[in-house]
Write a protein that binds this ligand. Structure first.
Ligand code: AHM
Ligand code: MG
Length: 339
């Protein structure tokens, strides 16, 4: 899109997709506004990177036992405080906090947000792309005394909006609502996120696959055979691209047509549940993919049919254009048609 062309903002999209009588409209506008503002803040901090001394590790561990980078904490604090100030978010679940907390709200239709505030953070120290991921749910109850953990588990089937920010050569905001996925680009001068107004669809005949091939020996034999087939016998053969940040890998595949895989691993040291988290990584990407003509599974079932048992639950993830995900399933012995 050229800057001179007519454009829409995320505000325009939410206004188009909701009605005046919609009790959640105001909350959706406030939540989207908070995501936009967080994206401006983080992209500006990330651009300065080493100049601000924010590439190092904070030398603490998050609830998953992983080392937290300073930027993970900046992301967590930035988005949490914006959602708190919006007074439209009843609770925030984050990769960076063990438990969600109930927040003060004054909107009639408050929402729940699950987020990975800084995805792929190990990329920061090498100046490679990172992102932020959000899933927005309609709460099953507005009772302020409810256990927030239970609230997220019970509301997981009511996702109404998903989004991610990609901090790269430019900053993209991909937003999915009401069956459509839209791509916006941040204009750093005006602070505006601009989109074409046209819903985005995965292109046809994609031939990219994105996975950490170092783990192939830990995969089930059917998956090993599939990865060998896509390189040798498939017509046309596929080509590998892997950045190591879900947002960046997914985004390239959304634009060019490609399948992302982080499967379950076997063996004593294997991650039997995969690596990625269901509520704030797999769910939002599955929603964005579905609304762009794609689908997502855990290798056996559609991601969006999985009911979480715990808020930080991990899940294997296969996501991309519907034809590539179906082909994956046909070749690995678990036929699957819809997301
Ligand atoms: P993070 O949320 O702690 O950054 O971890 C998730 C990241 C994904 O962005 C990425 O796709 C994956 O981990 C890469 O894992 P690996 O280094 O095992 O390939
Ligand atoms: Mg992540």
């Amino acid at each position: 899109m050229r800057f001179s062309e007519p454009f829409i903002t995320p505000f325009d999209l939410i206004m188009q997709k909701t009605s005046r009588n919609d009790s959640e409209r105001q909350s959706l506008l406030l939540v989207t506004g908070a995501i936009e503002q967080g994206g401006r803040t983080l992209s500006s901090v990330l651009r300065k990177g080493p100049l601000l001394g924010v590439t190092g590790s904070a030398r603490v561990q998050n609830v998953q036992g992983e080392e937290v980078q300073e930027m993970d904490q900046v992301g967590q604090e930035t988005f949490l405080s914006l959602f708190r100030r919006s007074r439209a978010v009843l609770s925030v679940l984050s990769e960076e906090a063990e438990k969600p907390e109930i927040l003060e709200v004054d909107q009639t239709g408050p929402l729940l947000v699950a987020m990975d505030p800084l995805d792929g953070s190990s990329n920061i120290s090498v100046n490679a792309p990172v992102g932020s991921i959000f899933a927005v749910f309609r709460p099953s109850t507005l009772d302020q005394n409810v256990d927030p953990e239970k609230l997220f588990l019970e509301s997981a089937s009511s996702m109404i909006l998903s989004a991610y920010l990609l901090y790269s050569v430019s900053t993209s905001l991909v937003l999915s609502i009401e069956g459509e996925t839209h791509i916006f680009t941040l204009d750093p001068d005006s602070g505006e996120y601009r989109g074409t107004g046209q819903a985005w669809r995965f292109p046809e005949n994609g031939k990219i696959y994105s996975t950490n091939e170092a783990y192939v020996p830990l995969w089930e034999s059917a998956l090993q055979e599939y990865t060998s087939w896509i390189k040798t016998h498939r017509k046309p053969p596929m080509t590998l691209r892997y950045i190591g940040a879900l947002v960046a890998d997914f985004h390239r595949n959304l634009l060019k047509g490609g399948i992302y895989m982080y499967p379950a691993e076997t063996g004593e040291k294997g991650r039997s549940a995969g690596k990625l988290r269901l509520l704030y990584e797999a769910y939002p990407m599955a929603f964005i993919a579905k609304n762009a003509g794609g689908s997502a599974s855990d290798g056996k079932r559609p991601i969006l049919s999985i009911s979480p048992h715990t808020i930080h639950q991990r899940v294997p993830l296969v996501v991309g254009p519907a034809d590539l995900v179906s082909e994956f399933h046909d070749r690995t012995g678990n036929p699957f048609r819809s997301s």
